[in-house]
Every structure is written in C-alpha cells, then in structure tokens.
Design a protein around this ligand. Structure first.
Ligand SMILES: NC(=O)c1ccc[n+]([C@@H]2O[C@H](COP(=O)([O-])OP(=O)(O)OC[C@H]3O[C@@H](n4cnc5c(N)ncnc54)[C@H](O)[C@@H]3O)[C@@H](O)[C@H]2O)c1
Length: 253
C-alpha cells in the first residue's frame, strides 16, 4: 500500500533535480504522475522508465496558459482526473539588483511566480472536481529571508509564499490544501550547473549549514510527499523550511 494510492499528481519541472525525485517517489508511493517540463527528452525518458501505467510526460512551459490547458487535457485523458499539483519548476540567475536587466527580472518572475499562479488557477478547479486534494508550491529559503545576489529570485519566492497563503484560504472550502516547501541549498543542476565535484564544496557547506552538508533532492521529495499525502491532512497555508538548519540563526562555533 502506497501513501498516494489512487492519486494523480502533476509535477512541473519534473525532468530533473527535485521535480524528478518528487515524480519518482510519488510513483513509488502509488500515484500516477503527470511529468511536466520544457526538457522534453529527459522528461519523456523518465516517463518511459516509470512506465505508462504510472507516468505520462507533457511539454509544459509554466509561463504559457495554453500549455497548462493542454497538460490538464492529457491528464484527464490518461488518468481521468488530477487531484494533486506540485509547482516545482523554477529558474535562478545571479545578479546584484543594480545590475539586473529588466528582461532577466521579468523572466524569473514569469517562471517562478506567474508559473505558480497559472498552475494554481488552472489545476485547482480540476482538483476540486475530483473531490479535493493538494497543491505544493516550491518557494525557497530565500522566500523567507534575503540573500545578496539573487534579488529577482528572492522576490519571486517571497511571492510564492503569498500565493500559497491566499490560495490556502480561498481553496480550503473546496477541499484543497496548499502548502510550500522552502529548500535551502540542495544538490541539483540549479545549485551546481557546472557539475562540480561535491567534494570541492563540501567544506563550504560544512561551515555554512548547521547539519554540515548540502541537502539532497530526495529529501525535498520526502517533504513534498508528506504535504501531498494524508499525513498532513490538517495542515494548509504553511511554508516548510528544509535547509539543514541554515535559517535557524547565526552560529559562531
Ligand atoms: N537547488 C536548490 O538549492 C534550490 C533551493 C531552493 C529552492 N529551489 C527551487 O526548487 C525548484 C526545483 O529546483 P531544482 O534545484 O530541482 O532545479 P533544476 O534546475 O535542477 O530543475 C528545475 C526544472 O524546472 C524546469 N523548468 C525551468 N523553466 C521551466 C518552465 N518555464 N516551464 C517548465 N519547466 C521549467 C527545468 O527544465 C528543470 O527540469 C525550483 O523552483 C527552485 O527554485 C531549489
């Protein structure tokens, strides 16, 4: 018996990183999973590996309303409903505010913030029609505090928490719970685009993070599973920090 038996969950940004681990774990826990991404080859390969009973891949650029509508149609046709959404797709760019081009700021907001809004707006009616379910948004450590060099990203992730709280209030009566994960540093292509050997950054994370290491995407997936399953049945509207203690405060030791 899986935690998500009978559920149908759409995961955005599912081709790699945290989204991939969420898709793998949800499928292993009995869900049928709609894998959505713009990385079509990787997404389709993962769907094939999980098997057509369990998974389908859709091309979904989260900034495009028509892509969202098409993804919902595919989910309905293949699995009959959607009762879970993980808004996971996101992009990160490093720039100080004073040197951030408008196009870059808008691109980050478009994917991280508008994409999350469109996901809620498109999928929540489907979840309501299915009798209720869950939405898990992906914010960040930087949705709760600042970090120099990622102003546009931090702004978009603060906005994701605003959306999470308002959606939780507005959708509770429809039987939909809405929560957010707030990861710290997690070992994915986003945090390590050059594929640097983890040994090279181990000392940095040992000093920076109280638990002494970078997080793993499967650890974030486990939190998303908790927030999608019945174990969190009385929880909605909340940000959940998963950061190895980074946000707990400053330590001089
Ligand atoms: N890795 C970290 O340290 C970290 C920390 C905090 C929050 N996050 C957040 O977690 C989420 C997942 O990040 P990750 O680390 O797995 O990154 P990643 O770059 O490995 O994966 C992100 C996925 O999103 C997809 N994506 C990007 N733009 C898209 C779009 N317009 N439409 C659909 N899909 C799109 C990418 O193709 C990719 O598959 C993001 O929202 C990110 O902001 C990551």
């Amino acid at each position: 018996m899986g935690t998500l038996d009978g559920r149908v969950v759409l995961v955005t940004g599912a081709a790699r990183g945290q989204g991939e681990q969420e898709a793998r774990l949800f499928a292993a826990e009995g869900a049928r999973v709609v894998l959505a991404d713009v990385l079509d080859d990787a997404g389709a390969t993962l769907a094939k590996e999980l098997g057509e009973e369990r998974a389908v891949y859709v091309h979904l650029d989260v900034t495009r309303e028509d892509d969202w509508a098409a993804a919902v149609t595919v989910a309905r046709e293949r699995f009959g409903k959607i009762d879970g959404l993980v808004n996971n797709a996101g992009i990160l760019r490093f720039n100080e505010l004073l040197s951030t081009p408008l196009e870059e700021f808008q691109a980050i907001v478009s994917v991280n913030q508008t994409g999350c809004f469109l996901g809620i707006r498109t999928v929540a009616p489907e979840i309501a029609a299915a009798g209720g379910g869950t939405i898990v948004n992906t914010a960040s450590y930087t949705g709760l505090t600042g970090m120099a060099g990622v102003g546009a990203y931090a702004a978009s992730k603060h906005a994701v928490l605003g959306l999470t709280r308002v959606a939780a209030l507005e959708l509770a009566a429809k039987g939909i719970r809405v929560n957010a994960v707030c990861p710290g540093a997690i070992d994915t292509p986003m945090s390590n685009p050059e594929g640097v050997d983890p040994a090279a950054t181990a000392e940095l994370y040992r000093r920076l993070v109280p638990l002494g290491r970078i997080g793993r995407p499967d650890e974030v997936a486990a939190l998303a599973l908790f927030l999608t399953g019945e174990d969190s049945a009385y929880i909605t509207g909340q940000p959940f920090v998963i950061d190895g203690g980074w946000l707990a405060g400053v330590s001089l030791f």
